[in-house]
Write a protein that binds this ligand. Structure first.
Ligand SMILES: *Cc1c(COP(=O)(O)O)cnc(C)c1O
Length: 437
């Protein structure tokens, strides 16, 4: 569920018309809903209420300061994967002591910063990393809080590029080796073994793989509690969202495909997992990114040209793969709707099979292919839905294209939370060597 819907034929974000925002702030434009972010946070928080728990929003999914502050105010901690993300959390007013720090390649600088800021725990992904954290903690005269990331070797049955929990992946330490690693880590004087962590993949639409992984890891967590006194078990993130259709069915009947994929709700997630977790008596952490932010954001883009080739109807828009990389990176589906619904748009005779494409010189620069869309023309606007997670954060400046602007909406208020990047900023850090002058 989310807060983008059609009212009298116009697309709204909460109480503000999307067209009015794009008129004021230009295109392409990312728009986020405060209500959706906080509701999704609340749904997960509530589902986990049978156990002592904390939520740690995965900053890599959506890292704008406005989004982070929204979640910090809701009580969220954060899951970070770099020193830069830790500094972002702090800049947004988030609490560094509620941060967990994952990633296979933590640098010395990252580790030192995290220790100084007193993060909740490192999710350590290898033994050399444990040795490195111990060494830096000793130098700083600290004890580093540690969870080792276990790779439970469970197939998340999601897209190959976002599966992380099998032995083909670079993440975590093999299930069979974990206890030996804890034994050795316990001898490192400046570590404090605080928990165990896993994260099996992203965009899971079935609770089955989570259940399988928890059934496998829970007995291990119990043994580690007895031997090493760990306090928490982090399940990672990965709860998937519905991309197709993303609008509530009432709004979208005329438009969206009627087949609804089964949806992994927080209630279903909790119903399966809570009975397995409760007996452990551990604090349960989750690190949701996509579930909280995915449906809370859209990308609005203007139609520049419609190019009919006889074979294809290309709708060429002013957003591109540099603004939203997901379709070109993992063939992902984003619902695409015009900002204005015209009567009869739902009729096949008014629709045309279209490829919505960006202006970049790469064949992978597309948002959809051969999709039935209402006829649109130059200067119409389209919204790409469910672009709130792994959207802006993956943007690049490819083709010397400045970053788009971002707006946060709360009720009837809207605020630019990131200005459109001025084009001169693209080369502001560059110089021409003197010897070329
Ligand atoms: C990416 C990531 C997450 C968030 O995943 P989502 O699918 O967005 O919920 C959580 N934990 C870790 C360690 C991650 O790398």
């Amino acid at each position: 569920m989310h807060d983008f819907s059609f009212k009298r034929g116009k697309l709204y974000c909460e109480n503000i018309s999307v067209a009015s925002l794009v008129k004021k702030h230009g295109s392409p434009l990312y728009i986020y809903s405060h209500a959706t972010l906080t509701r999704n946070f609340g749904l997960l928080d509530n589902a986990l209420s049978p156990v002592d728990h904390t939520l740690h929003f995965a900053v890599k999914a959506s890292s704008n300061l406005g989004v982070l502050r929204t979640l910090a105010n809701a009580g969220s901690g954060f899951d970070i994967v770099s020193g830069g993300e830790l500094q972002r959390v702090i800049a947004a007013g988030g609490d560094s002591t509620k941060c967990v720090f994952a990633g296979v390649g933590k640098t010395e600088e990252d580790i030192e910063l995290a220790l100084k800021k007193g993060i909740y725990a490192f999710s350590a992904e290898s033994e050399p990393e444990l040795v490195r954290i111990n060494k830096i903690a000793r130098r700083l005269k600290k004890k580093a809080p540690i969870a080792v990331r276990v790779n439970p070797n469970v197939d998340a049955k999601t897209h190959a590029k976002i599966t992380t929990g099998t032995y083909d992946n670079k993440f975590g330490i093999a299930f069979e080796e974990i206890e030996g690693v804890y034994e050795r880590a316990a001898r490192l004087k400046n570590l404090y073994l605080r928990g165990i962590q896993m994260h099996i993949g992203s965009q899971l639409t079935d609770v089955g793989p989570f259940e399988k992984a928890v059934r496998k890891v829970a007995p291990l967590a119990k043994r580690l509690t007895e031997k090493h006194g760990i306090e928490f078990f982090s399940l990672g993130g990965g709860v998937g969202i519905v991309y197709e259709p993303a609008l509530a069915s009432g709004d979208a009947k005329w438009w969206c495909s009627t087949k609804r994929k089964t949806l992994l709700t927080p209630a279903r997630y909790a119903a399966k997992l809570m009975p397995l977790l409760k007996p452990l008596g551990l604090r349960i952490l989750i690190e949701p990114g996509r579930f909280i932010a995915g449906n809370a954001g859209i990308l609005v883009t203007r139609v520049e040209y419609v190019k009919q080739t006889g074979v294809k109807n290309f709708v060429i828009v002013d957003a591109a793969m540099n603004d939203l990389a997901r379709p070109s990176l993992y063939d992902s589906y984003h619902e695409i709707v015009p900002l204005t619904q015209k009567p009869g748009d739902h009729l096949k005779k008014n629709q045309v099979s279209s490829d919505v494409v960006g202006p970049i010189c790469e064949s992978s620069d597309y948002f959809c292919k051969n999709r039935m869309l209402p006829k649109v023309g130059e200067s119409d606007f389209l919204a790409l839905l469910s672009a709130g997670a792994y959207g802006f954060v993956m943007a690049s400046n490819y083709n010397a294209r400045p970053y788009p602007a971002e707006v946060l909406v709360k009720g009837s208020r809207a605020e630019i939370v990131r200005k459109r990047q001025p084009v001169k900023q693209l080369w502001a850090s560059e110089t021409v060597p003197k010897w070329l002058k």
